[in-house]
Write a new protein. Structure first.
Length: 381
C-alpha cells in the first residue's frame, strides 16, 4: 500500500530544502527506513494538520540536548497524502496501520468494539442487552451508541414498554420458580415459571424487533391509535394515561441518535471536505461496512462539464460494488471508526442516512456538498 506522493530522503543540505518545499496542509505520512537484508522495514506512520512543520520536527538536524523523537538518520523515503478532513486522515491511517502492523494496529489506533444492543434470537426466550461483543450467532445487533452506558440506559428505558425478560439465567420453565421483581410488577411475561407460552413470548419479541427496526415508530403509531380510540369513546382518563405513555416514549427515543440502526440496515453516505480546492470526498456505509473514499470536484471552470447528478450516480455506483482486495476486517472496526467520527464534538462533514433500499437522494447530496464547501458560518443557499 502506497500514499499518493513519494520522495527519497537523505540527511544533508538537500534534505532541508526538501522539507522547506513541502506544503503546510493536513496529511497522512509514512517515513520508511532502509531495508534490512532485502526485507522492507515497517514505517513510522502519522497524521498531522501541518505536514511541513511536523516533518521538519521529525527530520531536522538533531539538537544535542533534545529528547524529542528524531528520525533524520533513519529515514530513507517519505510518502504522504493530503487529506481534507479528520475522518479521511483517520481512515488512511487505519488502512496503513492494518497493512504494515497487522498484529498491533488495533492497539496502535486504540480501537475498541462499539457499544451495541444485542437481541439474542437463538435463545428460546430472547433478551435484549448492551454489549461490545459481536458473534455470527444469528443475533440482531443495533447501534452504534456513543458509549455502553448510553446503550444500557436506552435499553432499560425502552424495555419498560415491553414484557420480555431481563434476567441472564438460562430458563427452563418451572411452575415452582419464584420469579423476579419484574414478573411481580407485571413487567415481564414470566417465562421462568411458565407464565406464558413460547408463542406468546415470541410475539412480544417480534414487537421489540419491530420497535427497534422502525426507530420506535411502530409503538408510536400503536399508542396514538389507542389514544384516538379512547378519545372517540369518551374515555378521557384512559386517553390521558396513553398520552403520558407517548410523552415517556418520546423521552426514551431522544436517548438514541439517528445513527442507531439494525446493523444490516445501517446505510449512509458521508460527505466530507476534500483536500483539493472546491472538492468533496464521499464515503459510503453499507450495512456498517465503510467504502471509499472517492472525490468530486465542484469547480465549474472546467471544459466539457458533466452534470453533477450524473457524476454522483457514477461515484455512488463505484462505491456500491463488491469489496475487493484482502479479506475484509471484522465489521466492528468500521463501526468503531464511524461512531468515533459521528459522536465527536468537532465532527467535520455531514452524514446522510439512507433507507433500507439504499436509494441515493442526489439533489439532497448536491445541496449538502455546497453546504460542506461553504465558508464557516454560512449555510447552503
Amino acid at each position: 500500500m502506497h500514499l499518493r506522493f513519494t520522495t527519497p530522503f537523505e540527511a544533508g543540505a538537500e534534505a532541508d530544502a526538501l522539507l522547506e518545499g513541502l506544503s503546510s496542509c493536513s496529511a497522512v505520512f509514512a517515513l520508511f527506513p532502509e531495508s534490512r537484508e532485502g526485507v522492507p522495514s515497517a514505517p513510522y506512520l502519522g497524521r498531522t494538520r501541518d505536514l511541513r512543520r511536523r516533518l521538519a520536527r521529525l527530520l531536522s538536524v538533531r539538537r544535542p540536548i533534545s529528547k524529542m523523537l528524531n528520525l533524520r538518520e533513519l529515514t530513507a523515503r517519505i510518502e504522504y497524502e493530503p487529506v481534507g478532513s479528520a475522518f479521511e486522515g483517520t481512515w488512511r491511517l487505519y488502512q496503513l496501520n492494518r497493512h504494515y502492523y497487522s498484529r498491533q494496529y488495533r492497539e496502535r489506533l486504540r480501537l475498541k468494539p462499539p457499544a451495541l444492543l444485542k437481541l439474542k434470537m437463538q435463545n428460546r426466550f430472547p433478551r435484549c442487552y448492551p454489549t461490545r461483543r459481536m458473534a455470527k450467532d444469528h443475533s440482531l445487533y443495533y447501534g452504534p451508541f456513543p458509549s455502553l452506558a448510553v446503550a444500557e440506559r436506552f435499553a432499560g428505558e425502552f424495555l419498560d414498554f415491553f414484557k420480555i425478560r431481563r434476567c441472564v439465567e438460562e430458563l427452563n420453565p418451572d411452575p415452582s420458580h419464584p420469579g423476579c421483581i419484574y414478573s411481580q410488577l407485571h413487567m415481564c411475561l414470566a417465562p421462568c415459571f411458565a407464565g406464558c407460552s413460547d408463542s406468546e413470548y415470541q410475539g412480544e419479541v417480534q414487537r421489540v424487533v419491530e420497535f427497534l427496526d422502525t426507530q420506535g415508530k411502530s409503538l408510536q403509531r400503536s399508542l396514538e391509535a389507542e389514544r384516538a380510540q379512547a378519545s372517540e369513546q369518551l374515555e378521557f382518563e384512559q386517553a390521558s394515561k396513553i398520552h403520558h405513555r407517548i410523552e415517556k416514549l418520546d423521552e426514551v427515543l431522544r436517548l438514541r441518535s439517528d445513527l442507531v440502526r439494525n446493523l444490516r440496515d445501517l446505510h449512509a453516505v458521508m460527505v466530507l471536505p476534500g483536500a483539493e480546492a472546491k472538492s468533496v470526498v464521499f464515503f459510503r456505509v453499507m450495512g456498517g461496512d465503510i467504502r471509499g473514499p472517492t472525490a468530486l470536484s465542484l469547480d465549474e471552470n472546467v471544459s466539457n462539464p458533466i452534470p453533477l447528478d450524473r457524476q454522483l450516480h457514477d461515484l455512488m455506483e463505484s462505491l456500491g460494488g463488491e469489496a475487493s482486495g484482502p479479506a475484509p476486517p471484522p465489521p466492528w472496526e468500521h463501526l468503531s471508526l464511524l461512531a468515533r467520527w459521528y459522536y465527536s464534538s468537532f465532527r467535520q462533514g455531514e452524514l446522510v442516512m439512507l433507507n433500507p433500499d439504499q436509494t441515493i437522494p442526489h439533489s439532497r447530496l448536491i445541496r449538502i456538498c455546497r453546504k460542506v464547501l461553504a465558508p464557516e458560518g454560512e449555510g447552503a443557499s
